[in-house]
Ligand binder design. Sequence first.
Ligand SMILES: [Zn+2]
Length: 131
Amino acid sequence: MVLKYVEAPDVKELVDEIIESLDLFHIVPQFVYCNRSSGSKSERIIARIHGLRRIWQEALRQPPAYVIEVISEHYDRLSDEEKEKTVIHELLHIPNGFSGGFRPHKGYIDRKRVEKLHRVLLKRRVMNSET
Ligand SMILES: [Zn+2]
């Protein structure tokens, strides 16, 4: 099967909400794109993040940018909560400098941090619905 990519407005909406709710000021929302792929042979990967690295920025004369790719076969059947945690995880890979590079898992991205941020997201939602 051939890999297919389509835009993922549902993921983009979630990304924008999470950036705002979690005060991720280092992330430039308009340069975070979201797409959904299908036909992946990968058994385990739910989502991944791609960065426009410095060499490409220079060659294409483009600012740093990221694409969050969700793998349709795996992401789409998750609960909303698991989708949110997946997106939080991917956003944590974006470093403070929004350079087009990545922050590695080691010592920073783990289940505990994701769960904690997810609780903040839920709290903010409640606060927003009360005002
Ligand atoms: Zn990761």
